[in-house]
Design a protein around this ligand. Sequence first.
Ligand code: TTP
Ligand code: MG
Length: 354
Amino acid sequence: MGKPLNFLHLDMDAFYASVEERDNPSLKGNPVIVGGRSNRGIVTTCNYEARKYGIHSAMPIFMAREKCPHGIFIPGRMERYQEVSKQVFTILRGISNKIEPLSIDEAYMDISNIPLRPEQIGDLIKDKVLSETGLTLSIGVSYNKFLAKLASDWNKPDGFMVITEEMMPEILFPLSIKKVYGIGAKSQKRLNSIGIYTIEDLFSLEEDLLIDLFGKGGVEIYERIRGIDRRQIETTRERKSIGVERTFRPTRDKKMLLSYLKDFSYELESDLDKRDLHGRTLTVKIKDEEFISHTKSRTYGHYISDGEEIYSLAISLFSEMEWDKSLRLLGVSMSNLLDRNMEQLSFFPSQKNG
Ligand code: TTP
Ligand code: MG
């Protein structure tokens, strides 16, 4: 039988570009590139039409223009993508609330309690997302996280792939080593230089050699390509806090600091939205130029997730903090979290503790 196929990973296809096409159907069929406002910027993403010209994320815009002069270049509307992401996550949560969001367009779903075959679950998710948002996504199902994520990337766009224990490890052999999480561009080069290009090549390396090359990460790589991955899906309920913080050049300019605080508050709102959480305790953290940290927290009588409200509460916490040196870090976080769907009835009658 093989191990149960409890892990589903899904990822929206050419997400920002697809949202642009959906909102403006006249773009359909054209290469659409989303990215920087000027030629100096970089490509955030592009649709599959544009990928035919060799354009990809992180490529400089001027280069993309060279490759595809008739492409349609769009600066991008982050707020809109957040909004659509929220819509997608709401649909997903209607199917199962055992969800671990990974990014704006990507999540794991624990499907162990859904009494349907993986193909049926895949169709259900795809149909619902397509009918409610007009967007397509790709899905991978397997017996662990690593393989589910690899599977969702198998036949994008609108892909669906199942990797069972019986298919392992041979199914992975032809893939490039860059498909292995933890092998970035640099490591890829280093491995290429010793003649390792595919997962099959990688498979022939001893664990000790991988440890020499990648440190502790080497063990992970050794295990992953053999189908060993013990990570569980961490649904939002187990999270203790969620926050946004960033380091910057030391400054004591209050206006600037408040504008950071504002940005972080809205980012926190969107992170909470994505995970369908709200919280009762807000914390503001600062670190001064001498690396001394301070935090200030307050617990409120109601649950909060609205960016405007977070911002105004964060301002009062911040103004109560004492700091006389320049600050190099600012952060806001929410704890005492609660799943907003805690009471919501499950979509599937036989789903237990779902
Ligand atoms: P991805 O899922 O990596 O890319 P994608 O959805 O555009 O395309 P694919 O079909 O291959 O999944 O990223 C999701 C969104 O995140 C993407 O639409 C834009 C954004 N993004 C960045 O902002 N910077 C980046 O470097 C990448 C890769 C994506
Ligand atoms: Mg995507």
